[in-house]
Design a protein around this ligand. Structure first.
Ligand code: SF4
Length: 416
């Protein structure tokens, strides 16, 4: 058995973990899992104490991407029944961001589908950043807009963007298997542009797409090479209507081992449990917070996450603190009280479109040209019926998350 504690001591004393160490971690038996987590937790504590950083996603523009990333519900040809809409107006982007900030987020992640932004899109997002930051000066904003052209990263930086997300996702040696419309080198180029402009690079992994353990290590080493400051680890959600539909190769224990491998190889980097955590980590999500130090609150771009209250429960129950909040418990209790009051008010209302604070798209300043089509009458904007609430993948006992149908792009309260 590998002595994970000695390995942690070695890393703490300044000697980097090696690919061979990571291989031992990824192939370790389930019986070792608690020792492995305890050792990884030493590194986490050294760099982040008991703090958890909460991030909140706002999907500014959803679906209809010309790229063909096989794992993505927004890809070219995707038949996943996701919400599809063009750019949110900036007032609506801010309104959505505010829900996450009220839920404890210290970073807002503004995301748009597509190959990359036009200069007009960069101006559009810059306006949103100004709107959000003028109301909440201390908030961090991360943009995720696809491939950047020359000069765009500098323009985003000047507009007040703090970080840029562009995931490397997987190993270069596997990349052509998951996407044909761009290359791994294209992805590295955009992370380089972001870092070169002074934006904090946020670039992470997607696991469960057919990679070997060695390819996970290859991908983590690439993240080290691009000097990613924050590393979201996404676990494949095999959406119906995408090429990876039905794929389910991960176990909760292996997901934790992957997080440990990232922590050992990148001990001082923000490590985030990201999309698919509920489906794949399942009841080990809480344990994994002893390794990771960051999460997304509530829902994801096109799928629904567990209730925001449950996210905060995990944090409080684990004895963690929330970055930027005086008291995690107080924040959690206030959120629950607010939710209960809102639910009580909603239960007493006549049926009709609802949103979090009683404002309609019109009252937020959304123009009829640009406002997203709301979900209404039990159907998606395309007319298809709403997808079933999270369903089982085959006979695996694993629940595939529900397609998102609240928050951005709808008039329904977000999960935050
Ligand atoms: S570029 Fe982004 S939005 Fe488009 S298919 Fe790939 S992952 Fe999805």
């Amino acid at each position: 058995m590998v002595n994970y504690f000695s390995l942690a001591e070695r890393v703490l004393s300044g000697t980097s973990a090696t690919a061979s160490d990571a291989r031992a971690i990824l192939s370790s038996p389930n019986e070792d899992l608690l020792d492995l987590v305890a050792a990884a937790a030493r590194l986490r504590r050294e760099h982040f104490g008991k703090r958890i950083k909460i991030n909140y996603l706002v999907n500014l523009k959803s679906g209809l991407c010309p790229e063909d990333c096989s794992y993505c519900s927004q890809r070219l040809g995707s038949e996943a029944e996701i919400l599809k809409y063009s750019w949110l107006p900036k007032e609506e982007a801010k309104r959505q961001a505010d829900f996450g900030l009220a839920g404890g987020a210290s970073r807002v992640c503004l995301v748009a589908s597509g190959r990359g932004p036009s200069n007009r899109d960069v101006d559009r997002v810059s306006g949103m950043v100004e709107e959000i930051k003028s109301a909440t000066p201390g908030v961090e904003v991360c943009a995720c807009l696809g491939f950047l052209k020359e000069g765009q990263a500098h323009r985003l930086k000047e507009a007040g963007v703090d970080a840029y997300n562009h995931n490397l996702n997987t190993a270069e040696s596997l990349y052509a298997d998951i996407c044909s419309t761009h290359t791994f080198a294209d992805r590295v180029d955009t992370v380089d542009k972001a870092r070169g402009a002074g934006l904090s690079p946020c670039s992470g992994l997607l696991v469960g797409v057919g990679e070997t353990n060695d390819q996970i290590i290859e991908a983590i080493e690439s993240l080290r090479a691009v000097d990613s400051d924050s590393i979201p680890v996404n676990f494949l959600i095999p959406f119906d209507g995408t090429p990876l539909e039905g794929t389910n190769t991960l176990t909760p224990q292996h997901c934790v081992r992957i997080l440990c491998a990232v922590r050992f190889l990148c001990p001082d980097r923000e490590l985030r449990i990201a999309g698919g955590r509920e489906m794949h980590l399942r009841s080990l999500q809480s344990l994994s917070l002893n390794v990771a130090n960051s999460l997304f609150l509530g829902d994801y771009l096109t799928s629904e996450g567990q209730a925001a209250e449950e996210d905060l429960d995990m944090i409080v129950d684990g004895g963690f603190e929330i970055v930027g909040a005086e008291s995690a418990q107080q924040l959690r209790d206030e959120l629950k009280a607010h939710r209960a009051a809102h639910q009580a008010a909603f239960d007493g209302e006549a049926p009709g479109p609802a949103n979090g604070d009683g404002a309609s798209a019109a009252s937020t300043g959304a123009s009829s040209e640009t406002a997203p089509t709301p979900v209404a009458g039990g159907a998606l904007p395309c007319g298809k019926p709403l997808p079933a609430v999270g369903h089982e993948a085959g006979n695996s006992g694993v629940t595939i998350p529900t397609i998102r149908r609240r928050g951005a792009g709808t008039e329904i309260s977000p999960n935050a």
